[in-house]
Design a binder for this molecule. Structure first.
Ligand code: SF4
Ligand code: SF4
Length: 145
């Protein structure tokens, strides 16, 4: 059953709570017909109100990734591995983090291959400029000065 067919929802603009939705209900991801959504940038997609993209989960996070452009090689590993599609990349260029949807899991930091890393985790309230000022130096490989 579509949410719009649910008697409790009919004629109402109000969304059901998560514990009020019937089993088997279909929550639509997009409004209207959808063609080639995979080829559209997120900001150009016509997301339905029931799509999780319309909700911010920023306040779930206690630590956040900070991006340092100076070391990034645009390898796209962070973009591929982020489980919340929260790495913003356009034309294969890493641009930053979607802090409305990032949950602070640190997987992007784990997979970043640069030395030093181009993404590091900091406390949520850390000022970005302060975080960048504290960035570690390149680590020497063992046996090299
Ligand atoms: S911390 Fe996790 S959710 Fe946030 S951008 Fe990195 S991989 Fe994605
Ligand atoms: S994984 Fe690191 S180097 Fe690769 S695009 Fe992401 S931030 Fe840049």
């Amino acid at each position: 059953m579509k949410q719009s067919e649910n008697p409790k929802f009919l004629g109402s603009e109000e969304l059901l709570g998560w514990d009020e939705v019937n089993q088997g209900v279909l929550l639509e991801s997009f409004n209207g017909e959808v063609e080639n959504a995979a080829f559209l940038k997120q900001e150009d997609r016509n997301y339905a109100e029931t799509n999780s993209f319309t909700a911010s989960v920023a306040d779930w996070r206690v630590i956040k990734p900070v991006f340092n452009r100076d070391y990034c090689i645009d390898c796209q590993f962070c973009w591929m591995f982020c489980p919340d599609t929260s790495i913003i990349s356009r034309d294969k260029k890493m641009l930053g983090i979607d802090f409305d949807h990032c949950k602070g899991c640190a997987i992007c930091v784990e997979v970043c291959p640069t030395n030093p890393k181009s993404l590091l985790m900091f406390e949520e309230r850390k000022d970005i400029d302060d975080a960048l000022a504290e960035w570690p130096a390149k680590e020497n490989k063992e046996g090299k000065e």
